[in-house]
Design a protein around this ligand. Structure first.
Ligand code: GCB
Length: 596
């Protein structure tokens, strides 16, 4: 789906701001009172302050009046939502116009012309934050009857982050041609010496056109070439490199009867991604991933778009010597993806497939006796939709170098292979660039038990030796970690391995002479141990710490006002270990770290 850009033929108006709001029922035929207000974009949960309301599950409403710009006969009016978590129904003047399921991808609603003759509309959005075994992420849904007979809906997250909800990303009003460019897919093939590129620009339009023109521009907006074909050959190209981004622009103009109909500009980068001989190659060079699993999570905004935090995070990421992040555990905002493109940061891009593990706690206690996940989950449809929408949205981003099919599913249980095979295949079919696909493997799915890693290109592992396993015992942790990594290397000698999560909760300011868990000293010792192991493994091509920053979670025995595995606190102050990382990561080059 195209980003809401202002061009010669398109106008974009921002509907961010303060909307009327209510939790519970509302009849969109009537005007929603302004007793309660909410900011768009943001999560409602923390802003609303009241404790019960913070944890509310069910329908809730946003509403505002919108004065409309003029729209000519050849134009249409569209409302575009960057994301609404997790489901949205959209009404204009009380009439239902469309809905979207899935809380992390954009969608559009076209407003029929009969609605905008009056010059203004009433826009109402009914949001729902229920999660169950048909949705992604997966939630454990139940109901309780209150004393007054009313029903209270409850969702226990089947994952380790707070179920923030609301209109999380910008809402835009767009006036665009009825006959518009609806999708663009840019695929480039670099020559062997990486000096020239064959670029194929495929696009679709909502109606037929007579002709089109494609112009390629450099970063300074100088025209490099113009053509009426969708194959372009570029000589002496400048590559998109890790931490040295270069973005070209493809301007597409469509014409009917010799007149301009629509213009859109899509930015793209030229770089080659390949997995070969246990290496992850970017522009033919073996890269070493240094970075983080993250969350979209800040004070006040919750999971709502916070562009200042995004930029600060990526500045901190660069400053510490890192080069990558994973969009754990859902697609991040389009704004974040565009930022990563511009800053040359590698992104491992994940769908919200988290919680695909039935009875996780029980399986920990019962040593794996529960084998029911793939009978219980009814997520296939939501999973396919999430993959389709993610590839559609992010296929042209040079920062995206790999797709994730799921985080920590029960891939050791019967049925996992059958569940994942078509989904991995779907990524491969949809992506014009055929980027590598991975699945992020959970600690129970050890090399002897896992049933799916044969399907993917890269072995991504989340491991917590000396934390969840052999808690606090760094010696045993080191032995266990090394043994398991060697077993993976032996099982899949041609596949590179990336540690996508490793970490220890740490409370800044807590100290100990004996490396006790939760202290700053333990965190340092934990990473020192892990890195010793990583450096000894030739096929391990990346380390992504869990987590970039502390983040909010649901209530659990193991969580002290959230998860504290961040290298930074939730307000982005460094813990002591950041100094160690700076030293290590600044010394590790982006390319050719592991000499084979
Ligand atoms: C994991 C999950 C992540 C958790 C983390 C933890 O394996 O992928 O969502 O937050 O462990 O800290 O327990």
């Amino acid at each position: 789906m195209l980003y809401p850009l202002l061009t010669k033929t398109r106008r974009v108006y921002d509907l961010s701001g303060v909307w009327n709001f209510t939790l519970g029922d509302h009849d969109p035929q009537r005007l929603l009172s302004s007793e309660e207000l909410m900011v768009v974009p943001s999560s409602f949960n923390d802003v609303i302050v009241d404790k019960d309301k913070r944890n509310y599950i069910g329908d809730f409403w946003y509403e505002r009046l919108v004065d409309l710009p003029s729209v000519s006969d050849t134009e249409e009016l569209v409302i575009r939502f960057g994301s609404v978590t997790h489901q949205a129904k959209v009404y204009v003047n009380g009439t239902f116009l469309g809905e979207h399921r899935g809380g992390f991808t954009p969608f559009e609603i076209v407003i029929p012309d009969s609605f905008y003759q009056a010059g203004h509309i009433k826009l109402s959005v009914c949001v729902n934050n229920c999660l169950d075994k048909t949705t992604l992420p997966v939630g454990n849904y139940s109901e309780e009857v209150n004393e007054d007979g009313s029903v209270k809906k409850i969702v226990k997250e089947n994952f380790d982050f707070f179920n923030y909800a609301g209109i999380h990303r910008p809402v835009k009003l767009i006036v665009r041609p009825k006959n518009h460019i609806s999708d663009i897919a840019i695929k480039s093939v670099l020559s062997d010496d990486l000096k020239s590129a064959d670029i194929e620009i495929a696009f679709t339009t909502s109606k037929s056109i007579d002709s089109y023109k494609i112009t390629i521009l450099d970063e300074d907006k100088h025209i490099l070439t113009e053509t009426s074909m969708n194959h372009i050959h570029l000589e002496q190209v400048r590559l998109w490199e890790v931490l040295d981004a270069y973005l070209y622009t493809a301007r597409i103009e469509t014409f009917c009867h010799g007149l301009l109909v629509d213009v859109f500009e899509e930015r793209f980068g030229l770089r080659k991604v390949e997995v070969k001989e246990a290496q992850f190659l970017i522009n033919n060079k073996p890269v070493y991933f240094k970075g983080f699993g993250k969350h979209e999570d800040t004070f006040i905004n919750g999971r709502g778009l916070n562009e200042a935090a995004n930029l600060m995070d990526l500045n901190l990421l660069k400053e510490i010597g890192a080069n990558s992040f994973r969009t754990s555990h859902y697609p991040y905002s389009e704004e974040m993806m565009r930022l990563a493109d511009r800053m040359g940061i590698l992104v491992i891009n994940e769908v919200p497939a988290v919680g695909l593990f039935h009875n996780f706690m029980a399986s920990l206690d019962l040593d794996d006796k529960d084998n029911g996940t793939w009978n219980v989950m009814k997520t296939k449809e939501a999973h396919e939709q999430a993959i389709r929408e993610l590839v559609k949205r992010d296929k042209n981003h040079p920062s995206v170098v790999m797709w994730v099919v799921a985080n920590e599913p029960a891939s050791h249980e019967e049925g996992a292979h059958d569940y994942f095979e078509p989904l991995v295949q779907l990524y491969r079919e949809l992506d014009p660039e055929k980027r590598p696909v991975t699945l992020v493997n959970i600690m129970m799915a050890t090399p002897d038990k896992d049933q799916v890693m044969d399907l993917v290109d890269v072995i991504c592992l989340n491991r917590y030796y000396a934390w969840y396993v052999d808690h606090g015992d760094l010696k045993k942790g080191e032995d266990g970690l090394r043994k398991e990594l060697l077993a993976w290397q032996e099982k899949f000698p041609k596949k590179p391995i990336i540690m996508t999560e490793y970490g220890a909760d740490t409370l800044p300011g807590l100290h100990s002479s004996w490396d006790i868990p939760y202290t700053e000293e333990f965190q340092s010792a934990f990473y020192e141990m892990s890195h010793r192991v990583f450096d000894s493994l030739p096929n391990l091509v990346g380390e992504q710490v869990w987590n970039f920053a502390d983040f909010e979670t649901n209530l659990m025995l193991l969580r002290v006002q959230g998860n504290h595995k961040g290298l930074f606190s939730r307000n982005r102050q460094p813990k002591q270990v950041v100094r160690d990382f700076k030293e290590r990561w600044r010394a590790i080059p982006n390319y050719h770290y592991k000499k084979k």
